[in-house]
Write a protein that binds this ligand. Structure first.
Ligand code: AMP
Length: 302
């Protein structure tokens, strides 16, 4: 089954305590697409400026990612700069240049509109709704978001939540959004806001999946001894989950399809953390991904 991923395609500058890298390929859709492409055909809907480097474009198409729905507009590509502190768990945004994103009005081709799995990767709820309004058929819809939209576009985000099958959010954002100090309470409260399923990402501590009758806890995340750059881990998680659902080929995924997707997302996110930007997730082979899945199973079953 094919996947449509909408989100940002960006140029990222990343500072860690030991290294700085500038103008790397980044953005929520880039990470998600590279992860999902390991499992299924992917189309991306986004916008970049005329300055978007040919090598980044070639990296996406070289992974078989269909970029027919990426608009190459006048102006500069969205840029984001972030800095991680000592333990790599906390980051601050140093700079954001919205540029072409400001005029983004997603327009889907007929093929993209008919995708069976739709991942609304992190971007403004207005843009997520614009994509949702164009889909034909009944895709399984996953949406990711971030604290910025909870703070400045809450009404739009609540509308998105009413229209998706699975909502993904990180731990701190889930607590902030629901005003719950307990994560399980936060998960159930998020479900009451509309989505049938909710995933709360807990970084190195894994992820929690909440459904109508069940919960599944994929904990911890795949354990890494060294994290070079966690940027895009959440996006890779969402992409890996979408790819797993598309590969399973079930138009109405059941709880076990979703649980497997959560593990697949965790495993692919672990690769992203091993090098700067998309370098590692873009180099993962199907064999490496399969062996990490098997190791995850071995380390967590009892
Ligand atoms: P993550 O580490 O999974 O939270 O995602 C990091 C990616 O999100 C980076 O590649 C950024 O380019 C992208 N990003 C940062 N801010 C935004 C935003 N406001 N909307 C969409 N994508 C963003």
């Amino acid at each position: 089954m094919s996947i449509l991923i909408s989100g940002t395609v960006a140029l990222d500058s990343i500072h860690t305590p030991t290294e700085v890298h500038n103008e790397l390929l980044g953005g929520s859709a880039s990470y998600a697409a590279l992860a999902a492409a390991l499992d299924a055909p992917v189309q991306v809907c986004s916008i970049v400026g005329r300055d978007f480097p040919a090598e980044h474009r070639a990296l996406l198409t070289g992974h078989g990612i269909d970029i027919a729905n990426i608009e190459f507009a006048e102006g500069r590509t969205f840029r984001w700069t972030g800095r991680y502190h000592e333990n790599m768990n906390h980051r601050e945004t140093l700079d954001v240049s919205i540029d072409v994103l400001e005029k983004f009005a997603p327009k889907l081709t007929a093929e993209a509109a008919a995708a069976k799995v739709l991942l609304l990767a992190n971007m403004s709820p207005d843009n997520q709704i614009a994509v949702l309004n164009q889909v034909t058929g009944k895709p399984f819809v996953i949406a990711d978001s971030m604290d910025l939209w909870i703070n400045i576009a809450r009404a739009g985000l609540l509308e998105v939540m009413q229209r998706v099958d699975l909502f993904v959010i990180n731990e701190d954002e889930a607590k902030m959004f629901t005003e719950a100090s307990n994560l399980v309470t936060a998960g159930w409260r998020l479900r009451e806001m509309g989505p049938r399923h909710v995933v709360v990402k807990k970084g190195e501590h894994g992820a929690l999946l909440f459904g109508p009758d069940n919960a599944f806890f994929a904990t911890p995340a795949y354990p890494l001894t060294e994290v070079a750059d966690p940027t895009g881990a959440g996006d890779s998680f969402a992409g890996g989950l979408a790819g797993s659902l598309a590969a399973a080929g079930n138009a109405s995924p059941d709880f076990s399809d979703l649980a497997r997707g959560v593990v697949r997302g965790s495993v692919l996110a672990s690769f992203t953390c091993e090098a700067f930007g998309v370098k590692r997730i873009a180099a993962v082979t199907p064999q490496e991904a399969a062996s990490r899945m098997a190791e995850f199973r071995r380390c967590t079953s009892w």
